[in-house]
Design a protein around this ligand. Structure first.
Ligand SMILES: [Fe+2]
Ligand SMILES: [Fe+2]
Length: 302
């Protein structure tokens, strides 16, 4: 859809994209209640995520941990990422539903939007069951972030809503692509990640197209505001992914774990390198302003 960049996306192009997404969803969608092995009890000889993605991997604390502790930590971390995923998917569903309120139901984009909401609904149930099977408690962002999310889901619209959706989906995507292929990760978690990666690739396509289309003809000031709003939303989403309680729940000293995780250069560079493509997109959309960069740097996305 290169044409979109140089002018307003013709309605025909947007219809074609939505139609293709609908076709693809009809061909390849999953029912997690059937596909995921919910019945076999959790095998603790597996990780919950690729160890290299652990917030403590590469620290001296990690080296001191027993393999059992390392696996318990990645299981708690994976459950936390899934729980934050549920929180964000609820925000996303509401934003998309609001965006298409009372629009033309014969429009393929309208039907795609409802398809995406249905996907997210299944995903959230899947993540909820997955986190429970991993033996994790409810992990939620802190109170302030929960309230900021409540505000954002009620008022965000247009390109800022879709660009924020894209950032959250892309960040999750890069991790899950690694986890779904990793034989050290529990098989049921790999299935969950596989389902999510497949279905989210369509969502990301839609989010990119909507972001570009709605930015057409927008002035400098509007882009500055959009860029900042998206960067702040991204900052809170990304920094909420791994809840600080995971360390105590994995039997670690939370103070030391939080300190070492905060200073973990390995984890920061994993995040940065996996977000390179996303940052390139935001840059091409004019959403990587100076003030936005400040937040992306603080979230270690750039
Ligand atoms: Fe999802
Ligand atoms: Fe999604």
């Amino acid at each position: 859809m290169v044409a979109v960049e140089s002018g307003v996306a013709p309605q025909q192009d947007r219809d074609d994209v939505a139609r293709r997404l609908l076709d693809s969803s009809e061909t390849l969608s999953y029912d997690p209640t059937e596909e995921v092995d919910w019945d076999t009890p959790l095998d603790t000889s597996y990780h919950g995520a690729s160890p290299e993605w652990s917030t403590l991997y590469g620290t001296s604390y990690w080296d001191e941990m027993s393999p059992e502790q390392q696996r318990e930590l990645t299981r708690q971390e994976a459950a936390s990422v899934a729980s934050t995923g549920i929180w964000f998917e609820m925000i996303l569903q509401q934003m998309v539903l609001r965006d298409f309120y009372a629009k033309d139901p014969t429009d393929p984009s309208f039907q795609w939007a409802l398809t995406e909401i249905a996907d997210e609904c299944r995903h959230s149930i899947m993540f909820a069951r997955g986190a429970a099977k991993l033996g994790a408690p409810a992990y939620r962002p802190n109170r302030v972030v929960v309230e900021l999310g409540r505000l954002f889901k009620s008022v965000a619209f247009g390109e800022s809503a879709y660009a924020a959706i894209l950032v959250a989906e892309e960040v999750l995507d890069v991790m899950q692509r690694d986890w779904m292929r990793d034989e050290r990760v529990a098989p049921f978690v790999r299935t969950i990640n596989n389902i999510h990666v497949v279905e989210e690739s369509r969502h990301m396509k839609f989010a990119r197209e909507e972001t570009k289309a709605r930015l057409q003809g927008s002035g400098k000031l509007r882009r500055q505001v959009d860029a900042l709003v998206v960067a702040i939303a991204s900052y809170f989403i990304v920094t909420s992914m791994v809840n600080k309680d995971v360390y105590a729940n994995a039997g670690l000293d939370p103070e030391r774990a939080i300190r070492e995780a905060k200073a973990n250069e390995h984890h920061k560079s994993m995040m940065r390198s996996s977000c390179a493509g996303l940052m390139e997109f935001l840059n091409s959309a004019g959403l990587l302003t100076r003030s936005a960069m400040w937040f992306y740097k603080r979230a270690n996305l750039i």
